[in-house]
Write a new protein. Structure first.
Length: 102
């Protein structure tokens, strides 16, 4: 595991990062720094711990509000929802006397 030094709100941190994950880690650090700085600059909250908790909650909420990705099996399909019963019947017909799928 690789170690990277990053800065969040002027404070340096050494973080572990898997090989190839540097870009994702730096993006996450940038998001956290931006969110924490925004809360601090708002002037209402001064304590670093409270700023960190509020930033974590804001980022978690934003993540939860994202639309759920389609499962991999459907992601490439332009046909929309698949009628599995119809597909099974078609496969059963193609198998004919050799046997049925289900």
């Amino acid at each position: 595991m690789k170690q990277m030094e990053v800065t969040i709100m002027g404070q340096s941190y050494i973080l572990g990062c898997p090989e190839g994950g540097e870009t994702s880690l730096l993006e996450a650090v940038s998001n956290v720094d931006r969110e924490m700085s925004s809360i601090r600059d708002g002037g209402r909250v001064k304590a670093r711990e409270r700023i960190a908790v509020l930033a974590a909650l804001n980022l978690a909420y934003a993540l939860a509000e994202r639309p759920m990705p389609k499962p991999a099996a459907q992601a490439g399909s332009d046909a929309g929802d698949v009628d599995l019963d119809a597909l099974i019947k078609r496969i059963d017909q193609a198998l004919g006397a050799d046997g049925q799928l289900l």
